[in-house]
Design a protein around this ligand. Structure first.
Ligand SMILES: *Cc1c(COP(=O)(O)O)cnc(C)c1O
Length: 355
């Protein structure tokens, strides 16, 4: 850090992304990417006739992609904003609404970026503890009269709240913003997008990074009441109007025309998750009920850090969080069937010593 860094930022603890080591070919189950390539139509759309277009700025309002999304989610184009990944959308939300004068709450165990944005934007935030089973207790949020950010399904637990709970939270806090981060909703959650017509305080955040195999394209979005979208556009046009490059706009729009492909791949992930959990049962692991493309698992007699290191030695990357209450756990992305079988054999070898 240099002596020039703003004093306000000198204590900021930045987000630490999952490692992307290049020293060898790992089975990569640490950042919840899809193990499947996007369909050929998406690759073609990203590159076809685009060389000339790279000379030009991309469309700031992502017209075609926004239209396709409006059609897909049965909302108006004025209910949608695109971001450079949903991380940027979340950043816009914190910048727009959560300052030092407005309280915002989110779970103590959740997506690490909420706290980072809270610090970056000087939000008055509080982390609300999950219950002993690592569930969100909705009672903490109903009628709390604070702004709220919830990942549903939550990460890294994978546990989803029912739509009825999200509705109670939005309905009982009409004077506060409720952000629901649905990064993993396609793997078993219930989307609350239909509720935006009823609740003008609700912002639903989604991404193409996980279920649509486009993490590298950086495309995320929010769906909300058009006045909230106007607020978020104010931030976007005050920072980076051209936030989605033209190739990514094309790729994401093409992805929306390949619904069947993605439905089949998502089904495969869900089935593989169930098979993998049965394998964990056989090995005596405990795990949380996942509605996401990852499983949060632990085993008595060992800790997450040890398991993480031994798996890495065997060429398998998983994610370990050295935080209180969850340091025994590993967050394991669901890969292909073959990758998960390799992982189960590795876990079997590693844990033989500790049975
Ligand atoms: C992965 C993830 C995101 C960020 O995804 P982008 O790649 O920035 O779209 C947001 N929220 C949660 C809970 C995530 O796990």
């Amino acid at each position: 850090m240099s002596k020039f860094l703003s004093e306000r930022l000198s204590g900021l603890k930045e987000y630490i992304p999952g490692e992307q080591p290049k020293d060898m070919q790992y089975i990569k189950l640490n950042t919840n990417e899809s193990p499947f390539d996007p369909p050929p139509e998406v690759m073609q759309a990203a590159t076809q006739n685009r060389a000339a277009n790279l000379r030009l700025y991309p469309e700031p309002d992502c017209t075609e992609l926004t239209k396709a999304l409006a059609c897909r989610y049965n909302v108006d184009s004025s209910n949608i904003i695109l971001g450079n990944g949903s991380d940027e959308i979340l950043s816009f939300c914190f910048a727009a609404y959560f300052d030092a004068k407005s309280k915002v709450i989110f779970p103590d165990i959740t997506y690490g970026f909420y706290k980072v944005f809270g610090d970056l934007y000087g939000s008055d935030y509080t982390e609300v503890p999950l219950d002993s089973g690592l569930n969100i207790d909705t009672a903490d949020y109903i009628g709390c009269n604070k702004n709220i950010v919830i990942a549903n399904p939550n990460a890294p637990t994978g546990i989803a709240l029912p739509l009825s709970d999200i509705e109670k939270i939005a309905a009982s806090n009409p004077d506060n913003i409720v952000v629901i981060d649905e990064a993993y909703v396609d793997f078993g959650g219930e989307s609350c997008v239909p509720l935006i017509k009823k609740y003008s305080n609700l912002i639903v955040v989604m991404t193409f990074s996980k279920s649509r195999s486009l993490a590298g394209a950086r495309v995320g979005l929010a769906i909300a009441d058009s006045q909230l979208i106007a607020d978020l556009n104010k931030i976007k046009y005050s920072t980076n109007p051209y936030n989605i490059n033209s190739m990514s706009q094309q790729a994401a729009a093409a992805a929306l025309s390949c619904e069947q492909y993605y439905t089949d791949r998502i089904r495969e992930i869900i089935d593989t998750r169930a098979e993998f959990c049965r394998g964990l049962d056989r090995l005596g692991f405990e795990y949380l009920p996942s509605s996401a493309n990852f499983v949060f698992a632990k085993k008595d007699g060992t800790d997450g850090q040890t398991l993480y290191l031994k798996l890495k030695e065997k060429g398998i990357l998983t994610r370990h969080f050295a935080s209180p209450r969850i340091s025994d756990y590993l967050r394991i992305t669901i890969g292909t069937r073959r990758q998960m079988e390799t992982l189960l054999s590795a876990l079997s070898e590693i844990t033989e010593d500790i049975q």
